[in-house]
Design a protein around this ligand. Sequence first.
Ligand code: ADP
Ligand code: MG
Length: 721
Amino acid sequence: MILSQKIEELGRILPPQKDALSKLGIQTIEDLLYHFPVRYGDTATMQSISSLRKGDSAVIFGKVTKLKTSKGFRTKIAMADGIIEDTSGSIKAVWFNQPYLAKMTPEGSFIRAEGKVAERKGELYLSNPKIEQITKLPVGVGESLFAGEGDNAPNILYPVYPESKGISSNWIYHSIQKVFKGGALDVFLDPIPEHILTKYNLPSWKTAMIWMHAPKNLKDAESARKRFAFEEIFFIQLERIRERRAWQKNPSFIIDKAREDIETFTKRFPFPLTLAQSHAIDAIVGDFKSGRAMSRLLEGDVGSGKTAVAAATVHAVVTTPPKNREFGHLQSAYMCPTEILATQHFESFIQYFKHLPINIGLITGSGCRKFPSKVNPTGWTDISRAQLLKWTASGDISILIGTHALIQKSVQFKNLGYAIIDEQHRFGTAQRKKLVRKDGTSPHLLSMTATPIPRTLALTMYGDLDLTVIDQMPIGRKPIITDILSGANRERAYERIRMELKNGRQAYIICPRIDEPDPDQEMALNAKSVKEEAKRLKKSIFPEYEIGVLHGKMKDDDKDEAMLDFKAGKTNILVATSVVEVGVNVPNATVILIEGAERFGLSQLHQLRGRVIRSENQAYCFALSESTGDKTIARLRALKTAKNGFELAELDLASRGVGDLWGRKQWGVSDVAMEALRNIKMVEAARTEATILLEKDETLSQHPTLKIEIERRRKDAVHFE
Ligand code: ADP
Ligand code: MG
C-alpha cells in the first residue's frame, strides 16, 4: 500500500460516503493520514453510566434503544429521546430540535455519546448529547459486551476526527487503522533531514503518524502535532526561499527616475502624500534602480492610500524607455481580484494619468476598454479583446489593468517592467508567478495588501518578499465610531443610518448570507440573507430610499451595475455580502452596519469597516451580533479598543474560534500549521533551517528525499489553484 493510492482501494465506498470524503478533502491514503484528529476522547476519563452525576460533562459508550420522536407539550419543539445502556446501568438521552437523530440511528446500535448530565424530577438524563455510531466498544468498556472478540487493540486514546454527514469519526479511525496494518507507513521515507529532527526533538514521520492517530498519551500526540506543523512550515519556507533566490538571480529593468520627476507627478494629486506613502514610493523607486528584480509587499491598512503609491511608481516605469532604446516605454500590469476593483482602478488611473499621452487598458472577463478613446480623448471606449491584446503586445498600451484575465497566456507584453498585484492574498502564488512569467528580464513585482497579518504568518507566507508598511492614515481622517450591538438594538443603528442618509450620505448593510437559509441547517437559521433583508428594509424600514443589492453569485454585469449605481448615488443603501470587503471605494458612504458580526473574523470586520473610512466625514460602524454570549461580545469589543488591524489580526490568531473563517481557507495552510503560527519560535526555527539548508546545498542534491517531496508538493499546489 502506498500513500498516493486512492481511498477507494481501502474497501467499498458508497456514493454518499464519497461525497462526504470529498467534502473533507480526502481522496488518497495520504489525505486520510493527514486528516488529523481534532482532539482525543480519553477512554480513561470515559465514564460508566452508573457513575454519572448531575452537571458532569460525560463521554459514555453503550447501546442505544427505544429511540422515538415527539413534540414538546407546550413548546411544540421537535424532540427525540432514547435510552443508552452499558453494563453498569442505563440513562435517558434527550435531544431538542434534532429529531433526525432518532431516525438516523438504528435501534440497538453501539454509540459513543458525549454531553451534559442534567436532572429533571429526580431523574438523570443526557441533554442533547453528540452521538456517534461505532462498530464496537473500545477496550475497557463493558467487558462482558466486548469479550470474545479477540481484539488485542492497545490501550490508546480515542481520536476524534472532523466528520462530514456520511463519514463518522469512527469510520475514519478504522480506515486509518487499516492503512497502518497495510504497511503504508513503512514505505514512506521521511523527507525532513534527520539532524533537524534531532535538533528540535521531533519524532520521525512514521512515529509521528502513529502518535497522531493512536497515541498512548497526550504528550506523544502533542509531539506529533508539532512535527507536522514544523513539516508544513518548513516546506513552505523552503519553497519561498528558493523562489526568492531564483528571483534575485534574474536581471531586471533599471528604472532610474529623478526625484523631481516623481514629485512633478504626485504634486498633481488632489491631496498631499502622507509621509508613509512617500517612504513607500522611495523604497520602491530604490529597488527599481538596483538592477535586481524587486519583489516587495506593500502592507497598509484599508484607506491608507496604496493606490496612489502604485500610480506614482507606475508613472516612473511607463515614462522610462526600455534599455538601449530611445523609443517606446516600459509597461505596467495591475492585477485585481475582482472586476469591480479592476474597473475602479481603471477609473482612478485615468484621473491620475489623463494629462499625459499614456494609453491605459482594462481587461476583465466581461470585456475590454481603452483610454483614451479616439473620438473622445477625455474618456474611455470599449474595444475588442483581440485589439487590446494586439496593442498590449505592440507596447502601445502602457498600463494594463485587469482581473485574472490578465494572466492568460494570450496576454503578451512587449516590455513588461512592473507588475502590481492588489489585495494579493486573494491570489495564489501560482497566479503571482504567472503574472511575472517572463523569459529573460524579470519585471519588478509589487504585491499590495490591506490585510494586516501576524508576524509569524508574514514570515511564513511572504518569506520571499521585502516588506514596506504604510503605517499612517491620510491626515484628517477621523477614527470610525464603532458600536457593538445585539440584534435587539438594531433600531439604534437604523437611527444613525437615517441621519446619515438625510445628510446625503450613503450606507452599507452587510449580511452573512445571499439566499434564504437552508431550513435544515440550524446554524444558518438566524443569519440574515442579502436578498430577504433588502426586501425587508425597503418595505418596512427605509421605504423612502433606494436600496441596491450586491453579492458574489450575481452576474458580473449586474455586480458592476449595482456598484456603479451606488457610486453614483443612485442607490442610497447597498445591501451586500462581504464581497464589498475588498478595496471598494465610495467616499460618500459613511456608515456600515454588519449583521451577524459574530460570524466574521476580526480582521475581516476591520476590512469591512474600512469601506467607510474614505473621506474626512465622520464614519460609523455597527457590528450586530445575534449571540450575546460574553465571549462573543468581548471578542467583538476588540474592534473598539484595538489600535490597528495588526492587533486585530493577532487577536484572530489567538482565538481559534474563527480559525476556519480567517485561517485555512484564506492561506491554504492546514489547521495544524495554523496552530503553529502562534509559536514564533517554531516559525523562526523552520525558517532558519530552510535558509541554512539552501545556502549549503542550493539544489538539494544531498537531500534527494526532500527534493522529491518539494517537487511533489509543488505539483499538488499548482494542481489545486
Ligand atoms: P487602500 O490603501 O485601501 O487601497 P486607496 O488607495 O483606495 O486605499 O485610498 C483611499 C482613499 O484615500 C482614496 O479616495 C484616495 O484618493 C484617498 N487618499 C489616498 N492618499 C491620500 C492622502 N495622502 N491624503 C488624502 N487622501 C488620500
Ligand atoms: Mg486598495
